[in-house]
Design a protein around this ligand. Structure first.
Ligand code: ADP
Ligand code: ADP
Length: 226
């Protein structure tokens, strides 16, 4: 777990338009922070800069005690979850969960333990031998979350992870995400354009518009404010 600090962060893709403009935000250790706003407001860009998938044009980002501006994604000790799952189609669920750890040289015993723990937490135990093609959308997204969990990162970064699911499944996955966060307490930055999702998931919610921070507060305070 680690706090994440954005200090006057800018991102310009072209010389005239700033996708993110002078964004300062402090996400506490263990906090679930939601970035919300309409399409094009810069939330994905902000998340991708924290992940290191996008260079920053100005300012400073730190994760834990380290300034990460010049660190590659793999050196940032974060795990991303995307809306399109990004699973390996030729591997089983178990292999998908284990693969990242194998690459890092984690011991077999440790991999086995972490995969079993994650599968249990996510209700995936009976699907471990299946391939992604034979899973429902919700199950695939659980595998994608499992892959993030087994890494035991300092932070989770999630970009619209529920937006490909139908409405009913989104509601149950929101509950699962809340439980997971309570259980693991890992600092999370979560991007969505869905206000209800933002209000139900966030410890705090950061509202962006045209690359500029409008408000950051608890769902309760945002809801109560005129
Ligand atoms: P959101 O995630 O809120 O939908 P984005 O961060 O994807 O917003 O985009 C913010 C702004 O930056 C938009 O105007 C978008 O068109 C622009 N943008 C995003 N990615 C790129 C890119 N790779 N090249 C140029 N412009 C981009
Ligand atoms: P999201 O809002 O989830 O990022 P988008 O469809 O807006 O999804 O963007 C998909 C990809 O295209 C992202 O990698 C984003 O950086 C890139 N992108 C978005 N807007 C632009 C743009 N105006 N020009 C070039 N690339 C863009």
């Amino acid at each position: 777990m680690a706090k994440i600090v954005l200090d006057h962060v800018d991102k310009a893709y072209t010389s005239d338009v700033k996708a993110v403009n002078n964004l300062s935000l402090e996400i506490a250790d263990g906090e679930f922070m939601v970035l919300v706003g309409p399409s094009g407001c810069g939330k994905s860009t902000a998340l991708r800069m924290i992940a290191g998938l996008e260079d920053i044009t100005g300012g400073e980002i730190s994760i834990g005690e380290r300034v990460v501006n010049d660190l590659a994604p793999k050196d940032r000790d974060i795990a991303m979850v995307f809306q399109n799952y990004a699973l390996y189609p030729h591997m089983t669920v178990e292999q998908n969960l284990a693969f990242g750890l194998q690459l890092r040289g984690t011991s077999k015993a440790e991999i086995k333990k972490r995969v079993a723990d994650a599968a249990k937490m996510l209700g995936l135990e009976q699907f471990l031998k299946r391939k992604p093609a034979n899973l429902s959308g919700g199950q695939r997204q659980r595998v994608a979350m499992g892959r993030a969990i087994v890494r035991e990162p300092q932070a989770f970064l999630m970009d619209e992870p529920l937006s490909n699911l139908d409405a009913k499944l989104r509601v149950s996955m929101r509950a699962s995400l809340n439980q997971l966060h309570e259980r693991l307490g890992v600092t999370t930055v979560y991007v969505t354009h869905d206000q209800i999702e933002a209000m139900t998931l966030g410890d705090r919610v950061c509202v962006l518009r045209e690359g500029v921070l409008q408000q950051v507060d608890t769902p309760q305070n945002l809801f109560d404010s005129p």
